[in-house]
Write a protein that binds this ligand. Structure first.
Ligand SMILES: [Mg+2]
Length: 232
């Protein structure tokens, strides 16, 4: 049996939240750091929560030490605001995702997990309204490392702790909507699948050279084929 560890990004890949998280984050940045800049000029796609925080507050002139020392307070406020914002009328699974997850979770040769820049409790709050948490018993998160390229080995290690199988190289499939999803897989020789269901254009994603590219997850057979076909 050929086995796959399939790692899904959250924002723009599994779900869209109509700005719920960005608004919560803006509120928390203001409360904790007094930040009042305009976040709209930033594209957060594919970046980890700690990385985004250093980028935004570094631009505003704060020192790295100052940013880090108040980060626990930031996450506390952010999660409180996100819990209020991440409601069923705002957070939705992206087209094709529920069927894809249903198909994959029924297969004994596939293990599902998350690979996301979200801190874990943030990811869990976002996945709750469309009821997707149940598909993902574990994952690697922005709360594990601010560097996305360090997350695939963390997911592989957690998978091996759960069922004793160590996934390697192309058996690890990374699915995401940003260039950083593709880039974090390359040094680990993972299979990369880019889906243009987020903010990044199809052209930009294709130029990054993922193994597979799709405009959405709606073409179930094609996406399943890419995930399950032998290593390229
Ligand atoms: Mg994303």
């Amino acid at each position: 049996m050929y086995r796959r560890l399939v790692l899904f990004d959250v924002d723009g890949t599994l779900i869209t939240d109509r700005g719920a998280a960005r608004q919560a984050y803006e509120t928390a940045l203001h409360e904790v750091y007094g930040y009042s800049g305009d976040l709209r000029r930033y594209d957060f796609s594919g970046r980890t929560d700690p990385q985004i925080t250093h980028m935004v507050l570094g631009d505003a002139g704060l020192s790295s030490g100052d940013i880090d020392s108040r980060m626990p307070a930031l996450w506390e406020r952010y999660l409180a605001a996100l819990a209020r914002n991440a409601t069923a009328d705002r957070v939705h699974a992206l087209p094709g995702i529920p069927k894809l997850l249903e198909s994959l979770s029924a297969r004994p040769d596939v293990m599902l997990a998350l690979l996301t820049g979200n801190i874990e409790p943030g990811a869990r709050l976002k996945l709750a309204p469309p009821a997707l948490n149940g598909y993902f018993p574990f994952g690697a998160f922005g709360s594990d490392s601010p560097r996305r390229e360090e997350l695939p080995p963390i997911a592989v290690e957690r998978a091996s702790q759960i069922d004793g199988h160590r996934f390697r190289g192309r058996d690890v499939v990374i699915i995401g909507d940003s260039i950083y999803d593709v880039r974090c897989g390359t040094p680990h020789d993972a299979t990369t699948i880019a889906i243009a269901s987020g903010k990044t254009s199809a052209e930009t994603l294709q130029a990054e050279g993922p193994h597979y590219f799709f405009h959405s997850a709606e073409d179930l057979d094609a996406v399943l084929g890419a995930i399950l076909s032998p290593p390229v």
